[in-house]
Design a protein around this ligand. Structure first.
Ligand SMILES: [Zn+2]
Length: 460
């Protein structure tokens, strides 16, 4: 399908975040079947493939093989050519390729979801082409910018680049799903795990030991702090390393699907206040229902503000449950300025092929939406539980993503749950996590909260 003028404009707006001004009068977009009109000179010329499904072509660009989703198979090697009239002609349909990923078109067109109502990684083009680890849209934009630079040189001028970060932005966040390891519900759940009615990541002997520890903990009048009430440790570590993260809080709803706490619980309310007063950000972690229920989400946000006195700017949906573009519409309607849910749950990487913040696209009304998406790059569970890559695999993946973020002056965003920071359940995790954060900081990123990124991109 050919891109509508609004869709072309959507892609060019995002390209425009990388350079201060694009002269749209200089851009000519043709259909694949059209040839360049006779008297055209000094233009940047794109042609639209119009194919319904991606027809990927591998293009070698700066020594790296990059899949271009809507490619021209007979023009494999070069990205553009300059004709005698000074036109820069792009060979592949980079506009449709960028639109396809950035807008989440594949999710909009898919008619299957997993058991939690999510778009499955297994159905994605990224899985098919094995390219989820590459921010493809950033590569496409670089290809276009190379053409723009060549075009500017022909006219004895230069293009000025815009950067979001000098090096890259490190956005650390925490979804506060569970706060009590020894909550009676969690202790009793161990019985289900022992008899095989619930999944368990460690041996049944260990599950049995944790069950008895839990019973003892609940009966002990002199018990210490719960292993999942580790917020002071988390915040102190970050303060030492010069990091300020964003915490997303999830309220209890519909029995066991969400958390086991409410915003008005004294301990929770105090925690949210402390997070905010110490320079961290407190955002909302939308419940399972809120992803598809506008009224429900609005109620959650009002309750959060009423109880804590904090107006949340950002949101992440629990379980990364998301429906495009419905969830964005609900979030925007409730007054959120940014979402940061878009990663595949089953695999770390770039769900929308981009390591910069971007606007979603409203397919029903053919227009760009004002809310921002700050793409999530890695959730620890995706690597440790879904991919079972272990600490070493996680460390390697982080090294790769920070390098990609550095390449494009973009963002590496990492979600680590507080309930995945207990050595009782995951031996060695606290030491590993501390080391990992130090390693990331050695690359000299700018540590940012979601709200900082939102302010930065708006000020571009
Ligand atoms: Zn969650």
């Amino acid at each position: 399908m050919l891109l509508s003028p609004n869709k072309i404009s959507y892609v060019l707006t995002h390209l425009g975040h990388h350079i201060p001004e694009i002269d749209r009068d200089n851009i000519l977009v043709l259909k694949e079947s059209e040839s360049v009109p006779e008297n055209t000179s000094g233009k940047l010329i794109f042609s639209l493939r119009g194919a319904k499904e991606p027809e990927p072509v591998m293009v070698t660009w700066r020594g790296k093989k990059i899949p271009v989703l809507f490619g021209q198979s007979h023009k494999r090697e070069s990205v553009f050519q300059i004709d005698q009239k000074g036109n820069v002609i792009f060979h592949h349909d980079l506009l449709s390729s960028a639109f396809y990923l950035l807008s989440g078109q594949q999710e909009y067109e898919a008619n299957e979801t997993d058991q939690f109502g999510r778009f499955p990684y297994n159905l994605s083009i990224q899985k098919k082409l094995n390219c989820v680890h590459l921010p493809l849209v950033n590569y496409y934009f670089e290809m276009i910018l190379e053409g723009l630079e060549a075009h500017a040189q022909l006219n004895n001028s230069k293009i000025r680049r815009r950067k979001l970060f000098d090096n890259f932005g490190f956005f650390l966040s925490h979804d506060v799903d569970r706060v009590a390891f020894y909550h009676p519900f969690n202790v009793l759940y161990k019985i289900k795990q022992i008899i095989g009615l619930a999944p368990v990541n460690y041996s049944k002997i260990k599950a049995a030991r944790l069950f008895f520890q839990g019973v003892f903990y609940n009966l002990n009048p002199f018990r210490g702090e719960d292993p999942w009430w580790n917020f002071d440790w988390m915040m102190n570590l970050e303060k030492r390393l010069g990091i300020r993260s964003t915490f997303f809080f999830l309220k209890q709803e519909d029995r066991f699907d969400n958390s086991l706490y409410k915003y008005h619980y004294k301990k929770i309310k105090n925690l949210i206040t402390k997070v905010s007063e110490d320079g961290f950000e407190a955002g909302l972690h939308g419940t399972m229902r809120s992803a598809i229920d506008a009224k429900n989400l609005l109620q959650q946000k009002s309750e959060f503000s009423r109880v804590t006195g904090i107006e949340p700017v950002g949101i992440r949906q629990h379980y990364l449950r998301f429906s495009i573009p419905l969830t964005f519409k609900n979030q925007q309607g409730a007054g959120f300025k940014y979402d940061t849910s878009l990663a595949f749950a089953e695999h770390d990487g770039y769900r929308n092929g981009y390591c910069w913040p971007f606007h979603p696209f409203d397919f029903e009304n053919d227009k760009m939406m004002p809310i921002w998406e700050i793409p999530l790059v890695m959730m620890e569970v995706s690597v440790l539980n879904y991919r079972k890559a272990g600490f070493t695999g996680l460390q390697e993946a982080v090294a790769h993503y920070t390098a990609e973020a550095e390449k494009f002056g973009g963002i590496f965003s990492l979600l680590w749950h507080n309930c995945r920071l207990s050595d009782i359940e995951i031996p060695g995790v606290t030491e590993f996590y501390e080391h990992l954060l130090k390693e990331i900081m050695q690359h000299k990123p700018q540590p940012v909260r979601g709200i900082d990124i939102y302010r930065k991109i708006n000020a571009l």
